[in-house]
Every structure is written in structure tokens, then in C-alpha cells.
Design a protein around this ligand. Structure first.
Ligand SMILES: [Zn+2]
Length: 205
């Protein structure tokens, strides 16, 4: 129904009442279909269920050319409405597709980022492990060569000790010899001081 302020409300002057309720009818203007703009009366009760369905045309039926034009206009209106609905549907579908695509891309990006981070961590871990291994190997080599040095040193010290021992023995022998000579000199009373000095040199150290 079309709202028309100039033709609305109950018509108390109407020459008839509705069949079931015996109420003065309501003024109406048709809206849809080939009757657009046609005035008519309806049961005063607007509630569709309680209305008795009374209807009485005021305007006569439109002539065929007007009916045809109205039908065509309504068809055009419905078509444009449908295409608008379809457009809206298409754009909402596109929006949905785009949203899904965006979510997919975001997920992919996150996966790539995660993989990248994992790769960096792994590479770093490998690098640290390799560096540690290298350092350990180098230190081991150093320790081993150090041990070698220590062994050499021990041998050297042993050799030195041996030499000292030999010298000690030699000195002792010389001492004994000098002592016995000193005895001889003492007996003979010759050059005591010289012997003493030699003795002192031998006893040093
Ligand atoms: Zn009625």
C-alpha cells in the first residue's frame, strides 16, 4: 500500500461498512502491480489476521496501456533490485574471498617467519657448536704440545741432575785428592796457605 496523506484514515462519510465487522472502511491507495495509485476501501482493522478481508475499489480499473506501463515499470524495478542484491552478494562474496586470502597470506607469512627464525637458530647453534669444537680441538692441541714441552723439560732436568751428580762426584774425588795431598804437605810443612785456599775454592757452593 502507498501512503497518501490526502487519502488516509477511516472514512466516516463512506456510504457502507465492512461485511464482518460493520465498521466504516479505511481509505487506501494501491502500490504494487498494475493498480499503482488506485484508491480503494479496506476493512478498518489493519491487523491482517483479524481483518475481515473487505475491499472495495474507488477508482475504476486503469486502462490497458497504463496497466502495461506499470507492469513494465515494476518488472524493471524488481530487476534492478535483484541486480543490486546480486551486486551486494557479489561484493560481500568478494570481501569474504579477500578476507580468506588475507588470512591465508598472513598464515603463510607467519609460517615463513617461523621457518626463517628456526633456520637462523639452527645456523647459530651449528656455528656455536663448530666454534666450540674448533676451540676445544685447538686447546687440546695446545695442551698436548704443552705436555710434550713438559716431557722435554723433565728430560732436560733429569739430564741436568745427572750432570750435577757427575760434577759432585768429580768434586768429591778432587777434594779427597787434595786432602790427601794436604796431608802430605802438612807432614812436609810446605805451603800450607796455598792448600787452604784451594780447599776453600773446592768447598764453595
Ligand atoms: Zn471488517
Amino acid at each position: 500500500m502507498l501512503h497518501d496523506a490526502e487519502f488516509a484514515g477511516i472514512d466516516h462519510e463512506a456510504p457502507f461498512v465492512c461485511t464482518a465487522h460493520k465498521l466504516k472502511p479505511r481509505r487506501c491507495v494501491a502500490f504494487q502491480g498494475s493498480d499503482t495509485g488506485r484508491k480503494f476501501y479496506m476493512c478498518a482493522i489493519e491487523n491482517e489476521v483479524l481483518s475481515c478481508g473487505f475491499q472495495s475499489w474507488i477508482d475504476p480499473e486503469w486502462d490497458d496501456s497504463l496497466k502495461h506501463a506499470l507492469t513494465k515499470l515494476w518488472a524493471m524495478y524488481n530487476e534492478s533490485n535483484n541486480s543490486r542484491i546480486q551486486e551486494r552478494y557479489a561484493s560481500s562474496k568478494m570481501l569474504k574471498d579477500l578476507t580468506e586470502e588475507k588470512e591465508k597470506l598472513e598464515k603463510k607469512h607467519a609460517t615463513l617467519l617461523e621457518e626463517g627464525n628456526r633456520w637462523i637458530d639452527e645456523t647459530q647453534r651449528k656455528w656455536i657448536a663448530q666454534t666450540e669444537k674448533k676451540a676445544i680441538t685447538e686447546n687440546y692441541a695446545k695442551i698436548m704440545s704443552g705436555q710434550h714441552d713438559a716431557e722435554q723439560m723433565e728430560k732436560h732436568i733429569a739430564a741436568l741432575k745427572n750432570e750435577v751428580e757427575v760434577l759432585k762426584n768429580a768434586k768429591e774425588e778432587l777434594n779427597n785428592l787434595l786432602k790427601s795431598q794436604a796431608e802430605v804437605f802438612k807432614v812436609n810443612g810446605v805451603n800450607k796457605d796455598k792448600v787452604k785456599r784451594i780447599k776453600a775454592i773446592c768447598e764453595e757452593e
